[in-house]
Design a protein around this ligand. Sequence first.
Ligand SMILES: NC(=O)c1ccc[n+]([C@@H]2O[C@H](COP(=O)([O-])OP(=O)(O)OC[C@H]3O[C@@H](n4cnc5c(N)ncnc54)[C@H](O)[C@@H]3O)[C@@H](O)[C@H]2O)c1
Length: 357
Amino acid sequence: MEHIGNVVFGNEAVTYLKEVLISSKENNRNVFFLVDTNTAEFCLPLLHKLIKSNDLNFFIISISAGEEYKNLDTLSHIWHELTEKRAGRDALLINLGGGMVTDIGGFAASCYKRGIETIHIPTTLLAMVDAAIGGKTGIDFNYFKNQIGSFYQPSQVLVMSDFLSTLPNRQLMSGFGELLKYGFIANPKLLKAVPFSFDNHHNWLDLTRICVATKVEITSKDPNEKGLRKILNFGHTVGHAFESWSLENGGNLLHGEAIAAGMLCELWISHKIFDFPILEIESYIRIFQKYFDPFRFSKSLTDDLLNRMEHDKKNKGQSLRFVLLKSVGEAVYDVEVDAETVRESLDFYINTTKKKL
Ligand SMILES: NC(=O)c1ccc[n+]([C@@H]2O[C@H](COP(=O)([O-])OP(=O)(O)OC[C@H]3O[C@@H](n4cnc5c(N)ncnc54)[C@H](O)[C@@H]3O)[C@@H](O)[C@H]2O)c1
C-alpha cells in the first residue's frame, strides 16, 4: 500500500475506504460521514463515484461551512446527531472536508464516549498538506483560534487529489500558504520547486507527499508538541493574530492567507534576530505579492494584534515566543522576542503591502 505513516494516497485510499465501508456493513457497524454544506454538494457525489457503490450504509452529519462555525454550537450539533442515531463506542466517524471539518470532527470523535474511531478524508489542499495530518483537533473559542482541543490520531488519513477539482482558486492558494511553510522550515528544495503558474489540475499530489512526509516525520518524533513539533507553527504566532482579528470583525481572511502574511513578519523577525538572509525575504515577498491578496491593516491595530499574540499557546507566562529561521530549512523554536521587535515587524509588513517589489 502506498502510504506514509497512517496517510494513504490515491487509488489505494479509495480501495481502503471501500473495504472499511463493506466490512462495517457486514458487521452492522454504524458509520457517520461529517460534511459541511460545500463538501456535501461537491465531494459526497464524487466519493460515491470513486467507490462505485450506492449500496453502502452510512449516516450523514452536515454542518455549516466556514471557520466561523468551528465552534461549540457546531460541536454540540455533531454530538447530538451521534447520540440521536445511537452511535456506540464502535461507531466510525469519517470527516470529509477541509481543515475545519477534520479539526472539529476529530475533536468530536476524541470526546464522544471517550473516543471513537475516526478517519479523515481531506478535500482542500490545506487539509491534505497539513490540517488532516498529525492528530491535532479542536475548535475556536471566544475568537481565539483552536483554543479548545486535543491530540487525537485518526486511524487513517485518505488523500484523494480528485477532490481538488472543485476547490475555488482562493482556497487552493490558501493551502499553498501552508505548503510554502514546509519549504521554509524543512525543505529548501520545495521552495525552489514552487510553480509559477498552476491551477486545480496541477499535479498537487507530488508536492502533497513531500509535505505529508515532513509532517509525519516531525509529529512522530514529538506527537504532543513538547519540542520539535513547534517548528510547524512557523508563521502562526502573527498569522493566528491576523486570523483571530478577522474572525471577530467579520473579515474573510483564510487560514493559509493568514499564515502566508504571518510568515512575512516572522521572516523579518528572523532577520533581525538571526540574520536570516534579506535576499530570501525579497524572494518571498515576490511570491507573496504574486499569489496572495494581502491582509491589510493600519498601525492603529498593532496593540490589538499584540494582545492576541499574547494569548498564543506557544507562549510561556507573559513573554512572546516564536519559531524563527536561521536560514531556509533551519528552524528554531521557543525564541523569546520582545514586543518592540514584533511591532517593527508589523510596520515592515504594513510598508511591504503598500508597495510592489
Ligand atoms: N489540525 C491541524 O494541525 C491544522 C493545521 C492547519 C490548519 N488547521 C485548521 O484548518 C482550518 C482551515 O482549513 P481549510 O482551509 O481546509 O478550511 P475549510 O475546511 O473551511 O475549507 C475551506 C472552504 O472550502 C470548502 N471546500 C472544502 N473542500 C472543497 C472541495 N473539494 N470543493 C469545493 N469546496 C470545498 C469548504 O466548505 C470551505 O468553505 C482552520 O480551522 C485551521 O485552524 C488545522
